[in-house]
Ligand binder design. Structure first.
Ligand code: ZN
Length: 296
């Protein structure tokens, strides 16, 4: 191994007063290119290794996001997906291969990710997020990344994160366009603040009907992973109160200012959603298509 990858620890920026080097030589080599970033340094890497992310959906968004979070050394990652890998998933759900068709996505994802970075503890959950299990599932994680493919699950994830006080990275993709929003519960706009109710079933096309380019899912999933890393390390300006929209056909990124709604049903001043079990929206999570995602 090139010694230059191991030796530069003397030059690594270290935040705060903690000058103790806790990283192994292997970790210093593995993470050297991000360790040398002044914003990360040893302390930032330690934070990543000590942090945890729950990824909802091992599909078009969850796959690229998981790859980058695992590669970056996020210490513990849960991957929740009830579906099995289908042939039509392979053009965008880049954790899965031909041999994985028919295999649970959560297991396929875990196997691929473990090969990438043995530092990371991976939990595969072949299940749907439901009103009954959402809060308990979220409890063990620092941050939630929503790569789900249907509106009921997205609203359930949003509501659960607000009720549990968990930061959320929300994203959606369809065709060549997508969007990302970071939610800091009760401190910034949540999904319901921006879109109070999901659209009626069938009104907005999904990827199964309208199609999606895999690279667009990769762009949005990568943005989501980067926002998660920023939040976990505590650097940069999070994508809060700004809805980032990406129009791949025009190759244009825009930012739509949004703000927390005082009359929001879940994070407003007088919320009507106080428990998940009473939220009828969450009951339909099993009846949606298996596509990668929809724009809100
Ligand atoms: Zn809200």
């Amino acid at each position: 191994m090139d010694g230059s990858l191991i030796d530069p620890c003397a030059h690594l920026p270290i935040y705060g007063n903690d000058t103790k080097m806790s990283l192994s030589k292997e970790q210093i080599a593995r993470y050297s290119r991000q360790l040398i970033l002044p914003e990360i340094g040893v302390r930032g890497q330690e934070r990543l290794l000590a942090s945890s992310v729950l990824i909802i959906g091992a599909g078009g968004l969850g796959c690229p996001a998981a790859l980058y979070l695992v590669a970056a050394g996020v210490g513990r990652i849960g991957i929740m997906d009830r579906d099995a890998v289908a042939q039509s998933n392979l053009h965008r759900q880049i954790l899965h291969g031909v041999a994985d068709v028919g295999r649970p996505k959560s297991e396929s994802a875990k196997a691929r990710l473990q090969l990438l970075n043995p530092d990371v503890t991976l939990h595969a959950m072949q299940a749907s997020l439901t009103p009954e299990n959402a809060l308990e599932t979220l409890r063990d994680y620092d941050l939630v990344l929503d790569g789900s493919d249907n509106f009921p699950t997205r609203y359930l994830v949003n509501d659960a994160c607000v009720l549990a006080g968990k930061p959320l990275v929300h994203g959606g993709v369809i065709q060549l366009r997508g969007q990302v929003l970071v939610v800091q519960p009760r401190r910034s706009a949540c999904v319901r603040c921006v879109f109070p109710e999901p659209p009626p079933a069938g009104l907005v096309p999904n990827c199964q009907d309208a199609g999606v380019i895999g690279a667009a899912a990769g762009i949005i999933g990568s943005l989501m992973a980067q926002e998660a890393i920023k939040m976990l390390v505590g650097i940069g300006t999070p994508l809060t109160n700004r809805l980032l929209t990406f129009d791949g056909m025009a190759a244009r990124v825009r930012e739509v200012p949004v703000r927390r709604a005082m009359d929001c049903a879940v994070c407003g001043d007088s919320p009507t959603i106080r428990t998940l079990a009473s939220d009828g929206l969450a009951c339909d999570t099993h009846n949606q298509g298996a596509s990668v995602g929809r724009s809100l």
